[in-house]
Design a protein around this ligand. Structure first.
Ligand code: MN
Length: 202
């Protein structure tokens, strides 16, 4: 696990993103989902392992419906300090565009909520290309799994069957869980969110 690639891709005198350094462990393994309005809108799904955030870009975002599989393309490891990053990456820089923290929390094994045991299991799963985990986020909750597609580069993110499973669109809430703001200049997010609120009021 290394942040060399992360640091190499960025010009820190130009981007407000944090420099990549490894951080100490906390009591729980952290997870974060950042919504990123880059050349193609996507959700960056990140799971803490061995002091960095293993990262996948999920173009359509996560789903809470177990019958829906979402493509998750691996991207470079990110520093844990990136978990609180929100802001605009300037034009001409890697990943130029606005970023918000769409969800955050901790995650652990379905067999144990013990941190180190969970991490060991996930590191094995990362190698073998399949692992399941329980997410305790503000929007995402319950069992999920990530698995690699055959011998290809892509992975799939899919909700497991449990009481949190629902066909409701979890991405209909476009707000940041940190600041409450939405991505700048994405009108459809505002429209979608207003529709969701008016439905709830009925
Ligand atoms: Mn991204």
């Amino acid at each position: 696990m290394s942040l060399t690639l992360y640091n190499k891709k960025r010009k820190f005198e130009q981007t407000p993103e944090p420099k990549g350094t490894k951080q100490k462990k906390s009591s729980g393994l952290r997870f974060v989902v950042q919504k990123h309005d880059a050349s193609h809108l996507h959700y960056d799904f990140r799971l803490e392992m061995e002091g960095v955030m293993k990262s996948w870009a999920v173009p359509k975002g996560p789903s809470m419906d177990p019958s829906i599989k979402r493509l998750a393309m691996p991207t470079e490891d990110h520093p844990i300090s990136y978990n609180t990053f929100e802001g605009s990456i300037p034009e001409g820089n890697y990943g130029a565009g606005d970023v918000i923290v769409w969800d955050k929390g901790i995650y652990h094994s379905e067999n144990t909520d013990e941190r180190d045991e969970s991490e060991k299991e996930f590191l094995r799963g990362l190698k073998s290309g399949k692992f399941k985990f329980i997410i305790e986020g503000e929007k995402l909750k319950g069992l999920f799994s990530l698995f690699r597609l055959g011998d290809q580069k892509g992975w799939m993110l899919v909700k497991g069957k449990d009481n949190y499973a629902t066909s409701d669109d979890v991405t209909a809430d476009p707000r940041s869980v940190l600041s409450g703001r939405m991505l700048i200049g994405r009108k459809e997010d505002t429209t979608k969110y207003k529709e969701k609120i008016s439905k709830l009021k009925k």
